[in-house]
Design a protein around this ligand. Sequence first.
Ligand code: A3P
Ligand code: MG
Ligand code: MG
Length: 394
Amino acid sequence: VVDEHHEHEYEERVLSYSLPSSSSSPSPSKRRPTPFQQPTQLTTFSYTPTRDLVFDNSALKYYVEPPRGAKLDYGYERWVRRGLEEEKGRLDSLLRALEKVREGEGEGKERVRGLGVVSWRGVLTKILTAPYGEERDAWELNVMKVDETLYFEEFVSDAKAKEKQNMNPRQSMQTYYGYAFESYCTADTPRRSNPDATQGTRVPFGWSGDVNNNVQWCSVVRTKLGNTRILIGGEVDCVREKYTGQPDTFVELKTSLTIRGAHDEARFEKKLLKFYFQSFLLGVPEIVVGFRTPGGVVSTVQTFRTVEIPRLVRGKPGAWDPVQCLDWGNRFLEFVKESVEECHGSRARVWRVGFSPGEGVRVRELNETEMAEVEAGEDRVGFLPGWYWRGLAA
Ligand code: A3P
Ligand code: MG
Ligand code: MG
């Protein structure tokens, strides 16, 4: 249902959404489900410990079996977090990767022709999982359309970015557990190079080094949802055994509280929705979950094949249907496509797309004050870096 009304001098468009309730539609929808193309990797890049962007695989890690009973609070005092700037979902490094592919030899240009959307994986995960969102899962995007391509960046207000940085000690420790698990599960080679290296020291067995959130290895893939070609960039935690240049050996690492009853199980099944789409979007075939105690000790480790997850949750209390998400995602993209207008000449136009669970999507154009906020006094046209914008015009 598309309903239009006017507010101030800016037009606002609203897309409401609805999911067929499980009782009213026992059979899957009769329409053909929205197709999603297997993601193909175009390039990769790494961030160094000092957060420099490099076009190599220096931050690529291999999966290794984590030790049972691993303590996830180890090294907390030495945790290096990412800076406040990184909370803003700027597209800069993804655009550098895109430019590199475009200018690459041979078929590079061909492989990024006709892109409908350019976005980080985290944003697309939020979009696709929105139908099952709860109150706290509201989000906002900044959107620009240039030469028929939509660029999405998450809009994180200054207040929200600060809030994210100032977690309470409990939240902070729980977040750290996830990164510590990554340290226990990864190594620079497919096998732990020297299992005895830590003997006689205070470093726990299997610990591969202190956590530095600046370091990331990212994959940039091309895929297609419905009729929309999409370029997606996202972090990949590690690869299993060998790196093939494609996502087929990628592994996503997760931690979760050990399941002790039906209630926990339903909660975990709900969480699997996010795990699933996060991995699905980059073509990551395997998710390794470390189940932990509330105090951060790994009790069991379980591997999930991404493609099998929807079947695992079907008919369960925490059930969700990926077909609904893809249909919704497709409708969302079509709606945004027709709601935002092209940037022409040197005039940037940025649109804010907001999603609230239970309400739907709202699109409106930013005013001058908001535009200044988005450009942040930097060399930008809207939120696109100046160098990228000038490259498009050239
Ligand atoms: P867990 O997922 O094991 O909790 P990712 O799983 O996406 O690779 O992210 C690695 C870790 O970053 C997560 O580990 C979690 O600790 C932290 N993290 C990721 N997204 C987060 C978010 N939205 N809020 C808080 N922490 C987050
Ligand atoms: Mg990760
Ligand atoms: Mg992970």
